[in-house]
Design a protein around this ligand. Structure first.
Ligand SMILES: *Cc1c(COP(=O)(O)O)cnc(C)c1O
Length: 241
């Protein structure tokens, strides 16, 4: 068995154990494998081991990989999870299935219009990125702003609002990890409660949080999707983050 496949099995075991510890169903937590900086060949390897959902951070790198693996496209679900600038939305709208890193309406509006131009593609599935660790102010809206951004996105035609995504600042203390994730969970639950009868929110079911070092804490706090890179493919080159 290859190292990637062995790691994939190990990560699934971590997900399962964390789910059981939280009295949740392991099937309710999806594994997104983050393949940024790694070649298309390892995506293929993970796919042959049964993995279908992959995450990419950089537009050009992601699109290159998607194109390289075009033959396998029907079996793959591609998530864009990195910072997104206006001038790159068209490529993302054309190639990806999900965008988890929406942090302003303008980006969602562009994606909706541009997705519509590619006739025959299903709507883009999107999450709003929230920023829970304020010192790390690079991307994401505040917890306060999340609801109004979700509300505006829920009215756009070619995107489906799926939920929230968060990347708390790294913390080695599991209580601190849980505290940050709990804030996102509460925000998610409050939006869900307020909009449960709103048609634009009928697919609002995704709480994307947890990475290689904190997936246990994220699952304990209700994550429905963990995004894992390092624990499957190993450390990335520093220059690539
Ligand atoms: C790189 C990245 C991940 C994966 O992080 P690991 O610590 O390698 O598991 C998850 N989410 C986002 C948004 C990322 O950029």
């Amino acid at each position: 068995m290859s190292r990637v496949v062995a790691n994939l099995i190990q990560v699934k075991e971590r997900i399962e154990l964390s789910a059981l510890a939280a009295q949740r169903e392991p099937e309710d937590i999806e594994l997104l494998v983050v393949s940024k900086t790694f070649p298309a060949s390892v995506v293929e390897e993970a796919m042959h081991a049964g993995q279908s959902a992959f995450g990419e951070n950089y537009v050009q790198e992601g699109v290159d990989k998607i194109v390289q693996l075009a033959k396998l496209r029907p079996w793959l679900v591609w998530h864009f999870i990195g910072p997104l600038q206006s001038n790159k939305t068209k490529e993302v709208a054309e190639h990806f299935d999900w965008v988890q890193s929406i942090d302003r309406l303008k980006i969602a509006e562009r994606l909706s219009i541009q997705r519509g131009e590619f006739l025959g593609l299903p709507p883009l599935q999107v999450c709003v990125q929230v920023n829970v660790s304020e010192e790390n102010s690079k991307s994401g809206v505040t917890l306060i702003e999340a609801e109004s951004l979700c509300d505006a996105i829920s009215n756009l035609p070619n995107v489906v609002l799926r939920g929230l995504m968060a990347i708390p600042a790294p913390n080695s203390d599991s209580t601190m990890q849980r505290n940050a994730f709990a804030l996102v969970r509460k925000c998610f639950a409050s939006i869900q409660d307020k909009h449960y009868s709103d048609p634009g929110f009928q697919f609002f079911d995704t709480l994307s949080m947890g990475m290689s070092d904190d997936l246990e804490a994220a699952i304990a706090e209700g994550s429905t999707m963990v995004r894992i890179g390092t624990a499957i493919f190993g450390k990335r080159d520093k220059i690539n983050k």
